[in-house]
Each structure stands twice: as C-alpha cells, then as structure tokens.
Design a protein around this ligand. Structure first.
Ligand SMILES: Cc1cc2nc3c(=O)[nH]c(=O)nc-3n(C[C@H](O)[C@H](O)[C@H](O)COP(=O)(O)OP(=O)(O)OC[C@H]3O[C@@H](n4cnc5c(N)ncnc54)[C@H](O)[C@@H]3O)c2cc1C
Length: 398
C-alpha cells in the first residue's frame, strides 16, 4: 500500500495550511494551542471565517454546503486544522445534528436549520446521556408524550457540553415505553428557550464550566420538530454516533502539542541545563512520538480503506479512538512535566507565588487545566472499555 500523498493532495494540503495560519486570528489559535477554554465568540468567529470560504461543513451533501472531497482530502483538512490549532467547527452542529437533519429531516427542517447550523447562527448541544444511561444509552428515560400538535417532554439529560451557550438541543426521548428499549426512542429538536427547561452547571476537575445537567419539566415541543419517524430515533442516533467517532483520534492535535513540548523543554531550566537535556524525559518523549507515528500510519490505512470503499463503517476506528485518546492524555502529562510547579494556577497575578512574574511562563498555568480536562477523552464518544468490546466482537470476532 502506498501511504504517500499525490502531488494534488500535497497542493491541497498547502492551500488549507496557508489558509488556517493566515485567516484564523492568532489569538484564538493561541488559546487552542495552550488548552485554554474558548469563549462562544471565539468559536463563532472562527467558524464564520471557515463558512465564508465554504469549509465549515465540507463533509455535508453538496446541496447544503458540502464539498466534493475524497476521504483523503477530508483527512488532510482536519489534520491541518488541528496542527494549526484552529478550533474544529462546532461539533454538535457540524458533525452531529446537521448531517442527521440533512439525511433524515423534513424539507422544512432543512430550510429552517441547515444554513444557520453551518454559520453557527444557532448553537446546538447534544441531549443523549442521562444519569443511568451513558454506555447503555438505550435505557434512557426522558419521555415525550404526544398531546395534539405537541410532545410534552419530562426528564433529565446530563454531561451536556457547552449547553450554557446553546440555542437548541437535539434529544433522544422515549415515545413508546412499551416497546423494546431501542424501538421506542425518537429524535427531537428542542428550542432551549421553551418554558420548563432549566440548566445546572457541572464544574469539572480543572474548575471550568464545560458540562451541564439539563432538566425538562412539562416542556411543550411542536410535533414538526420530530426528525424522521416516531420511534425510529435509534437509527438516526447510530448514524450520528458513527459521524462522532470520525477523526476522534485527533492526531494533529497531539502532534501540535508534541512540537510545543519539544520547544518548551528546550527553554525550561533543569539542573545544570534544560529539560530537553534530561535523558529520561527525552526517552519518555520519544516513546510517545513513536506511538503517535504508528497511530498516524494506522489512521492512514483506515482512511485509504474508506477511500476504496466509501460509506462502510470500519470497526478499526475503535482502535483509533482508544490509542488516540491515550496519546492525547500522554501528551498532556509530558506538558505538565515540563511546566512543573509553574503549572499551579495563579489566579491573582500578584504577590509572591512561585509561579508569578518574573518566574512564571505565560503558557504554564494552562498545563494543569489541560491535563485534568483531558481525562474526559477516554470517556466521551463511547468510553475506551466500550471500544474494546467493539474490537473484541467486530474486529477479533470473539
Ligand atoms: C466531558 C464530557 C462531555 C460529555 N458531553 C456529552 C454531551 O454533550 N452530550 C451527551 O449526551 N453526553 C455527553 N457525555 C456523556 C458520555 O457520552 C458518557 O459519559 C459516556 O457515554 C459514558 O457513560 P457514563 O458516564 O454514564 O458512564 P457508565 O456508562 O456508567 O460507565 C462507567 C464505567 O463503566 C464502564 N462500562 C460501562 N459499560 C460497560 C461494558 N458493557 N463493558 C465494559 N465496561 C463498561 C465504562 O467504560 C466506564 O468506565 C460527555 C461526557 C463527558 C465526560
């Protein structure tokens, strides 16, 4: 198998690389690179620049703003975006609800939502998980009861990422409690301003507000907000989750972080020299770099298989998810090691804290937050244990 890019693919790579590094504001890219939280406006600014170029939703059907790219071009596009520390297009909009509406929504839903989703006019969040329904999602309990032209929704969702920014939420709800678990579920689009919806922040390890609990109390949702057919929501959710796992290895992100670690280790004093001169540190660095290279080659093989047989779901993507998330976590560990005590947060940049000026490094206080935040990557998008179950069944045939 030839894993090298063709001259056309290399030209495409140079074009997107140039665009990301010149058109997306450096300040937004710096925040991404340092693992700092982004404001809603940062996501909006970046996505609108991409959308104006026709690149916010390249994987959508052409009619709704997609590009006729090959799987290899899509791979290059995403990797270059991560390498340039550009925020990915808003995931819930562009990789989840948008493709579902384009594939299964009514014409009215497509007209109303798709362009606004691509341009981040509306911010969407994902209401799938519930307390007691994460890995075993089909046991979800939030119910929607039909009453005339409305569904009345009652229940609770949890871990709702950036729900505090959201205008809309797409939910899996139980519409037929008597049916077998997966069979009685529907896919509903719900306006977050509807009376009866309330949101409670969950503060994560690093002290940020990134996830939420969302409560529904007698929420009236127009029947026209049902996607596709009633009780067929599980089929649409499976389609959506397959999209969610695409590119989840985030190799470009880990490569970008490794390049930073190498640069910062060469500046960080240690003993008589710098961190980079510490053989043990360099051995740990090299071992992560080798694994990353191996993962990149595996990812290229999966992409090449997709290019030969488009549309066929590949259970090997579970291998990418496991290894990719482990390496994302390993890179945050290395960065934390380079930052050392400077990674301790210094909220008041004053006084005599060890990490205060003139000793502090302006990147270092984000290292611990990024380390803690990245514990999530082996849980969301299907936990690594669940991915191992998939590999056991679908790859190894056990
Ligand atoms: C930061 C973050 C953001 C998230 N954002 C969203 C969001 O926006 N919207 C949304 O709907 N959800 C979101 N999720 C939820 C996420 O999808 C679930 O956390 C995930 O599916 C795991 O479910 P759970 O938390 O209920 O854990 P459980 O399913 O209770 O699992 C607990 C542990 O048991 C293991 N386990 C469970 N079942 C098996 C099994 N069959 N075999 C082996 N091991 C098993 C799991 O791997 C895990 O280690 C988010 C989660 C996190 C952490």
């Amino acid at each position: 198998m030839d894993l090298r890019f063709t001259p056309e693919e290399l030209a495409f790579r140079d074009e997107v690389r140039q665009f990301f590094r010149t058109e997306i504001p450096a300040e937004i890219r710096r925040k991404v690179s340092e693992g700092r939280g982004l404001a809603r406006e940062d996501y909006v600014t970046s996505q609108r620049i991409l959308n104006a170029k026709g690149w916010a939703v390249p994987h959508w059907p052409k009619q709704w703003g997609g590009q006729d790219w090959t799987p290899i071009q899509r791979y290059i596009f995403t990797e270059e975006m991560l390498l340039a520390a550009v925020p990915l297009p808003q995931q819930f909009n562009c990789y989840m609800v948008g493709p579902v509406i384009a594939a299964f929504g009514s014409q009215a839903q497509k007209q109303r939502h798709l362009a606004r989703i691509a341009n981040l006019e509306d911010w969407w969040c994902q209401g799938f998980s519930e307390p007691g329904a994460g890995s075993d999602l089909a046991s979800l309990k939030t119910k929607a009861v039909r009453e005339g032209d409305h569904y009345i929704v009652d229940g609770q969702k949890t871990w709702t990422t950036l729900g505090q920014y959201a205008d809309w939420i797409f939910c899996l709800v139980r519409t037929d409690p008597s049916a077998k678990k997966q069979a009685g579920i529907s896919f509903l689009l719900i306006d977050m301003k509807t009376p009866g919806i309330s949101l409670r922040p969950i503060i994560t390890l690093e002290g940020r507000h990134e996830v939420n609990e969302v409560f529904f109390d007698q929420v009236r949702v127009p029947v026209e907000n049902l996607v596709g057919e009633e009780n067929k929501g599980w089929d649409y959710a499976k389609f959506l989750l397959a999209n969610e796992r695409t590119g989840i290895a985030r190799i470009g992100l880990s490569k970008e972080r490794m390049a930073r670690i190498r640069r910062l280790a060469k500046e960080m004093p240690a003993g008589e020299g710098t961190m980079w001169e510490d053989r043990d540190f360099r051995a740990r660095f090299a071992s992560v770099e080798i694994e990353l290279k191996a993962l990149e080659i595996t990812q290229m093989r999966v992409v090449a298989a997709q290019a030969r047989d488009p549309g066929k779901p590949d259970p090997a993507s579970s291998i990418l998810k496991i290894k990719g998330s482990q390496l994302q976590q390993a890179t945050t560990e290395l960065l934390l090691e380079v930052a050392g005590p400077f990674a301790l947060p210094a909220p008041e940049r004053s006084g005599d804290l060890i990490n205060d000026w003139p000793f502090a490094h302006d990147w270092a206080d984000a290292a611990a937050a990024s380390y803690f935040n990245n514990r999530k990557v082996s849980i969301y998008g299907g936990s690594n244990e669940i991915q191992k179950n998939i590999i056991a069944k679908a790859v190894l045939g056990l």
